[in-house]
Design a protein around this ligand. Structure first.
Ligand code: SF4
Length: 373
């Protein structure tokens, strides 16, 4: 097995088994994990405690049995899945769970939490262009810090958070580079492999992840660049799962050359800026988030941002991965569509439903889309 295959299969295994990743981390460090619900949370504060921040993004093909008693049927598919897992005790081993409130579904999720792990819920400011936003966010992050200190029995110093920010910023930079390098080698980094490399970062010590991805990039860069005969796309949405969906892309010769997915690039495209006060630095990062359905921006720059990604990467089209019943993404869609049409960017919308058993409809739509391109 080549070095590239070895790293890819290690990251793939981690991306598919967060519980094992958590247990391995515990065996190595003696510390547990803190769950992070989508989309944004100041993971660096958790990392500064020595605990593992671990992403909670639901599970595909999870049959919903109990969650319907706690969530309305029109709640998004990912939260239905998280609620079901939570009611089954899947998250009970987490030392704590952090929940942000960017949408109506998540706003009440902390109150509905039935798992044994203590919940820390917070809200992001939405009038982000004013300094009051930063003051407010510092208050929210201070609250998270104090709650974590109480729950975990630790003291979190400014130095530890600043050091964590360095680790995270380094990982963000390496991930941006990976995304660009992966686009040069679509024959090697297939859609499903690209996704696994990016998803694994949700369940790993970021320093470890950075090391592995850096090594992967070095190995890839030694390979010859071969012209790609298929179609290149940019993905946008909350997430592009399950693997079967990404395998359909590969089956029809589609390469993912960039993304604007909440689970992927949106997690690493905005660095935490320099400074001394770590909580203020984290607040400024939120102020700098752009082109995201969860971060209100009066100018609505997301469509243009995606069009620019298409041009920059020579993509043939955009695939909108619409999370079933995600209000913020659905509200953005008409504006995106207008921007795509204005820029003459071909696009396809598919529905992401974590509970879906069959992807045959999507297969047919992707096949016709590729034939039309
Ligand atoms: S509605 Fe959208 S933003 Fe809110 S939790 Fe669901 S997927 Fe995330």
């Amino acid at each position: 097995m080549s070095k590239i295959d070895t790293i890819l299969s290690q990251l793939d295994a981690i991306s598919k088994n967060p519980r094992k990743a958590m247990e391995d981390f515990k065996a190595k460090t003696g510390k547990g994990a803190v769950g992070i619900l989508p989309i944004y949370a100041p993971e660096e504060i958790v990392y500064a405690t020595g605990y593992l921040p671990i992403g909670i993004w639901g599970a595909t093909k999870k049959q919903i049995l109990k969650a319907t008693t706690n969530l309305p049927a029109f709640a998004c598919s990912i939260m239905q899945s998280i609620m079901e897992l939570e009611l089954n005790g899947t998250y009970d081993d987490l030392a704590a769970v952090i929940i942000s409130s960017p949408c109506d579904t998540l706003k009440c999720f902390g109150q509905k939490w039935k798992g044994k792990s203590p919940v820390i819920q917070f809200a992001h400011s939405q009038n982000r262009d004013m300094e009051a936003s930063n003051v407010y966010m510092v208050g929210e992050y201070k609250c998270i810090k104090e709650k974590l200190e109480n729950i975990l029995g630790v003291t979190i110093t400014d130095d530890a958070i600043n050091a964590a920010i360095d680790v995270y910023n380094e990982n963000r930079a390496v991930m941006r580079l990976f995304s660009d390098v992966a686009a040069m080698y679509p024959q090697v980094i297939t859609p499903v492999k690209r996704h696994a490399v990016i998803k694994a970062r949700q369940f790993m010590d970021k320093a470890e992840h950075t090391k592995m991805v850096r090594e992967l990039i070095c190995e890839l860069m030694q390979q010859p660049v071969v012209p790609f005969k298929g179609k290149k796309v940019v993905l946008t949405g909350i997430q592009a799962e399950p693997d079967e969906l990404l395998n359909i892309f590969e089956e029809f010769g589609i390469a993912v050359v960039a993304d604007d997915l909440a689970q992927e690039s949106r997690q690493f495209r905005t660095d935490v800026p320099a400074g001394n006060d770590p909580l203020y630095r984290l607040a400024k990062q939120w102020q700098n988030v752009t082109a995201c359905a969860l971060a209100i921006d009066r100018d609505k720059p997301r469509g243009k941002f995606i069009v620019d990604l298409v041009k920059e990467h020579g993509a043939d089209a955009v695939i909108v991965c619409m999370m079933k019943f995600c209000d913020p993404e659905e509200y953005d869609y008409p504006i995106l569509l207008e921007d795509f049409e204005k820029a003459n960017v071909k696009n396809l919308k598919i529905e992401i439903d974590q509970q879906s058993e069959s992807l045959e409809q999507i297969r047919t739509r992707v096949q016709s889309f590729v034939e039309m391109m």
